[in-house]
Design a protein around this ligand. Sequence first.
Ligand SMILES: Cc1cc2nc3c(=O)[nH]c(=O)nc-3n(C[C@H](O)[C@H](O)[C@H](O)COP(=O)(O)OP(=O)(O)OC[C@H]3O[C@@H](n4cnc5c(N)ncnc54)[C@H](O)[C@@H]3O)c2cc1C
Length: 519
Amino acid sequence: MPMPSFDALIIGAGPNGLAAAHRLQSAGRKVLLLEAGVPGGGAAACVPLAEGFAPQPLAHLSLNLDPRVAHGVELARHGLRWAAPDLATTALSPTGGHLRLDGPAGAALQGAVSEADRAAWAALRARLMRFAAVLTPLRQMPPPRLARGAGNPMLKLAMVGLKARMMGKAEFRELLRMFLTNVHDALNDELTDPLLKGALAFDATLGTWLAPRSPNSLLLWLDRLSGGVGGVQGAIGLPAGGMGALASTMVAAVQAKGVSLRSNARVARVLVEGDRAAGVVLDSGEEIRAPLVVSSLSPKATLLGLVGSRHLDAGLITRARHLKARGGAAKLHLALRGLPDFRGADPKTRLVIAPSEEAVERAFNPVKYGQVPEAPVMEIILPSAFEPGHAPAGQHVLSAIVQYAPHAPKDPEVARAVLLEASLRQLEAHAPGLRSLILKADMLMPYDIEARWGLPGGNWHGGELSVEQMLFLRPLPGLAQYATPVEGLWLASVGCHPGGGISGSAGWNAAGAIMGVGK
Ligand SMILES: Cc1cc2nc3c(=O)[nH]c(=O)nc-3n(C[C@H](O)[C@H](O)[C@H](O)COP(=O)(O)OP(=O)(O)OC[C@H]3O[C@@H](n4cnc5c(N)ncnc54)[C@H](O)[C@@H]3O)c2cc1C
């Protein structure tokens, strides 16, 4: 039977591929989505854990689901519900003196913190949220070109600048200072409580190749706070059924829109004829033709792996090779025979082990040299404490993002074992007896993540999110508007503006750019 013809091929069914597919199909294009594995939502899709336990996703919480995607794809109509739409955080103390941060970005602080720190955090939080809100519109537009030209969203950028300036001279000056400062200085200028500073420093640097003292790290904190869930800035959500349910809801919505999906269809290369994309060739050798090809694989993987030096100029190939993509986050899954007790902490909160801001910095130091930290910091959730279905009755799942992990250690097997042991030691110190509950432990290192999901270096953002790889410099100058020098080939991944998370923003923006429309 002859293959039906398609207007557009999308490579990769992660959140960005799905968002791009939905938007293009809604605009009347006939779209085929090609996924190397099972189209389950990329890194929100699940990997098996243990017999009787639900498979677990790499990305375990919703941090910055793009409201345009949530509404456009009609996730609620397709069944998305929340187990916790605005999750509280517990900053764990090994002695039980925990702090609890409720509300978006820790609006309400409970625990033994001085009045001075309490007031200082309220003021700092308000300022950070105000500054982060200035960045929010930037997530929802392609970065402006430095060159002049029709359709350039430079005017929108000017509006963002104007809004920032309208905060008043002193605030505007403070905003500029904050853009250039680091998390360590910002925290230590204002706060004294080690546990509070530890939890904040952990959040500020989560998923980046930066630690609190790294230059410009505060900008990444603002970037994180510019996102949110359900239209609430700074909120973190846990979908009912976990992130895997969010992923499968997205897949169902895309299918309902009429997008064709193919599983086990690994794209080996983009077919280029003259200087135009003409389709793709699968691993199996099968050729699929279409005039539009949209890659939701990282720019590095797309340009170097799928297109290659035959079709791109040497300068671009060199710049793509130099794109920085070091992943520093590992993922730990534990199948447990019972609920661990983190010294009385509420298991229906996000649990953070980061005893001080310095502890976060110290966990980063060895990783720079390919080594494993002795005392990793981590974010833990117990999805089975929120709702049944994740584990057999009475048993539990622990899901943790462990920072930092080396992306290219000398001996990957040894590094995995050493980081697992260090993480279990940390967990045991905070929840005595936890080790005896373990039925199965899985540690996914950055190189495992690269192999399984194709994120280069296992990096959260498919390419580091850092000042020199942001906005119109992301992924590279000249490629920031999602188009490539190969006509008909577009980039739509997390490696593009605005970067990472299960947001769908880059895919949505890219589809808009392809159709020549904005938001
Ligand atoms: C340890 C870790 C924890 C994280 N936790 C969170 C979290 O809690 N919350 C959050 O919001 N974000 C989290 N992230 C970030 C998030 O997972 C990514 O930013 C996001 O998945 C990127 O979306 P994407 O659609 O661009 O790519 P992906 O989700 O990586 O999807 C790409 C898809 O392409 C497919 N593919 C790869 N190669 C090919 C090929 N050759 N042909 C066809 N298909 C192919 C892959 O199988 C995959 O399905 C985490 C990242 C890491 C590393």
